[in-house]
Design a protein around this ligand. Structure first.
Ligand SMILES: Nc1ncnc2c1ncn2[C@@H]1O[C@H](COP(=O)(O)OP(=O)(O)O)[C@@H](O)[C@H]1O
Ligand SMILES: [Mg+2]
Length: 370
């Protein structure tokens, strides 16, 4: 396979030397199980390249499991990775497979690896080195055959120096390193990407395509794209969704870029985003989010109560937590997402990892004021 064929097969758009070089490396290691560490700012395509690495490997027919190490609350991460046995902790009502087992014979993509807590790093390294691990509450070791790809937007070397990342794990993961440069350093990819997203959005939504004015193109080239290809994709999609005339001038483009950038700076930071999206995962993620929000609220509430009446203690609060049902949690996370996106439903749906249609249905179901 040539690097061009690889690009076509996995929809990797770009004609920069940087992209071609990365594709060459991917092809060179295609037949090996070597670990790969992918560096790059948010939105440069780290996950897209990870999928290509998995897709050209002999593990292609098995799954690549993506896990966002920064999105899963610390207390739950280990049980998510290694699974747990029924009854091993409150809430473990069923034995559950972890991501390691799900990725057996396939690939485990550890996204935002720098966010992994040190204690989990120890267990991860042991599992990687021995291909064995203990489920939480389990008594015997489970054996797996997994290929590892990790990604981060942080400099792991610095993280190692400041003792936030274990050096042994770092060395184990970085057997091959891919650096994906930000879009602003490979602007020769921009035009192709824009046309690619126009075509994609047009086909998916059966809407007419769009043209950009000269000024609009200049603005596309002058913007620094802190959110990289993801940001560009969003801007093109918004332009197409909002334009009535099929023509976008410089000014409308600028307004799209700035409104999008504001939203993005907060995207994925305050609300965790889980990469893999089975129905079960979406449910679980909704609950995580709601719980995180709820925890904040409970702390606020605690503050309020303690201020008003210092003799009051916790049992009442714990009861509050227990009597809240899942519907309430879900409703709460929908309201939060709508608030965070200023009521923009497509953005809120994205944030919640549900389809816009589902969001509309749930808004109606829960009688949420829009
Ligand atoms: N070179 C590229 N060609 C086509 N689409 C791309 C490219 N790079 C990124 N994308 C798209 O941009 C979005 C963000 O990419 P992703 O791989 O999630 O980035 P990261 O993991 O680095 O944040 C995805 O929709 C992805 O398909
Ligand atoms: Mg990513």
């Amino acid at each position: 396979m040539t690097s061009e064929e690889l690009q076509n097969k996995f929809g990797i758009i770009g004609r920069s030397k940087e992209i071609a070089d990365i594709c060459d490396i991917i092809l060179q290691i295609a037949q090996t199980d070597i670990s790969v560490l992918i560096y790059g700012e948010s939105g440069v395509g780290k996950e897209l390249f990870a999928k290509a690495i998995h897709g050209v490997s002999r593990r292609e027919k098995q799954s690549m499991i993506s896990v966002n190490c920064g999105a899963i609350p610390e207390g739950i991460l280990e049980s998510e990775l290694f699974g747990h046995k029924k009854g091993s902790f409150t809430g473990a009502i069923e034995t559950r497979k972890g991501y390691f087992e799900m990725a057996d014979n396939g690939t485990l993509f550890l996204d935002e690896i720098a966010e992994m807590p040190l204690t989990t790093q120890v267990k991860l390294l042991r599992a990687i080195e021995t291909n064995e691990f203990l489920r939480i509450g389990g008594e015997s070791l489970t054996k797996v055959n997994v290929r590892y790809i990790a990604a981060t937007n942080k400099d792991l070397q610095t993280q190692v120096e400041s003792k936030k990342f274990r050096d042994d794990l770092y060395f184990r993961l970085k057997a091959v390193t891919l650096n994906i440069p930000p879009l602003r350093r490979r602007k020769e990819d921009l035009e192709m990407l824009v046309y690619h997203f126009i075509k994609k959005f047009k086909d998916e939504n059966k809407i007419p395509k769009i043209e950009f004015s000269r000024d609009a193109w200049d603005n596309l080239y002058n913007h620094s794209w802190p959110g990289n290809v993801r940001e560009l994709k969003n801007v093109v999609e918004s332009a197409m969704a909002l334009s009535r005339t099929g023509y976008i001038d410089g000014e409308s483009l600028i307004s799209l870029i700035s409104s999008k950038t504001n939203y993005r700076s907060n995207d994925g930071k305050s609300v965790p985003v889980l990469v893999r999206k089975s129905a079960e995962e979406v449910d679980r993620e909704l609950i995580y989010r709601a719980l995180i929000e709820l925890k904040k609220d409970i702390l606020d509430l605690k503050g309020l109560i303690l201020n008003r009446d210092e003799r009051m203690d916790f049992p009442m609060l714990i009861q509050t937590e227990e009597t809240l049902n899942i519907d309430e949690l879900e409703k709460k996370s929908i309201i939060t997402a709508l608030k965070k996106t200023n009521g923009r439903k497509p953005d809120a749906a994205k944030m919640l990892n549900i389809s816009t249609r589902t969001l509309y249905r749930k808004i109606k179901e829960y009688n949420i004021d829009e």
